[in-house]
Design a protein around this ligand. Sequence first.
Ligand code: GLY
Length: 392
Amino acid sequence: MKIRFCFFLLIGWMGCNLSTETSDPAPETQSQLSLLSQRAIADLAKIPFDSLQIPRTIEADGKLKGTASKSWTSGFYPGLLWQLYGYSKEEKLKQAAAQWTAVVEKEKMDDGTHDLGFKVYCPFGNAYKITGEEKYKAVFITAAKTLSTRYNEKVGAIRSWDFNKDVWKFPVIIDNMMNLEMLFEATKLTGDSSFYHIANQHATTTLKNHFRANNSSYHVVDYDPVTGAVANKHTHQGLNHESSWSRGQAWGLYGYTVAYRYTGNPAYLAQAQKIADFIFSHPNLPADLIPYWDYDAPNIPNEPRDVSAAAITASGLYELGTHDPANAEKYYSRADQILKNLASEKYQCSTPPFFLKHSVGSIPGKFEMDTPIIYADYYYVEALLRQNKINS
Ligand code: GLY
């Protein structure tokens, strides 16, 4: 039954003013998930299957911009279809999810990127969880092996990028925390502890070097691959090296929550809590909890929001609450507020196949500067599913 609902009723009876919290959110979430499932089915007819055009964003002229499987975003559309199939059990979604997922399979062998968690685990991990079919498991275990080749024991981390070699020798970005789930899961499923060792050490090294005293994170930490020493701390997608790039803070919150799920290391839980505190006590976080693209962006409030950062944060908070009962209501309530606001006209998108607008890819890179982006939708759906589970 709805423990949260009973809690709110009790608080209400005690005379507290919880006007927006006294309704049971489960039916609302269910209808939202049903609507999104129907939207995704209707959109299938408008998004012809094309292995080189996996939906990513829309161009300035409103046309769909797709990518080949090599892009770091290639797993999100198939992953999103799997998530909605898992909820709705609509056969059309399963067929489409399987078709788009197959396109990405070859990426399991690409050892030139750290993005294998995003690319391979989002579609294949969801496919395995939802269908139980062994063929999906084998693909992400191969990807975990490939990703492991980018680990440097001296540094104690997985190398993120291979570009900008004149600037960085061994760059590790906060986003890389999102690849660890696939490694932890690979150990769980195979019994091979090497994946766990790499993931755990990566999280420990990142904890040591990526965070400032206020618990915000640097985007890029570059290491000397021979000595393991930190060479420099940079940004790539944030305002400047010392600013707090919003999606990076979201990746950190989500990533340390997952690392705690698999290791039980209290330092990881504490880091996720501290990142949440950084985000929600930040004076530049707008009242609707949808952050600007960088917490230090110079022209706030006239700066683009990043809906993707909000969606990732909401999803992370729902899991964080399950590990931290003492603070669960606080985290759930913030995540509920984010989802409620994302469901408003301001943020909803009607261009197929996207659900949300106002995300940012990279302001310094001058691309996707205020637009729908598929990974915002992926984490939005994941957050709704988590909210639904908590309230059911
Ligand atoms: N991992 C790339 C990004 O968050 O934009």
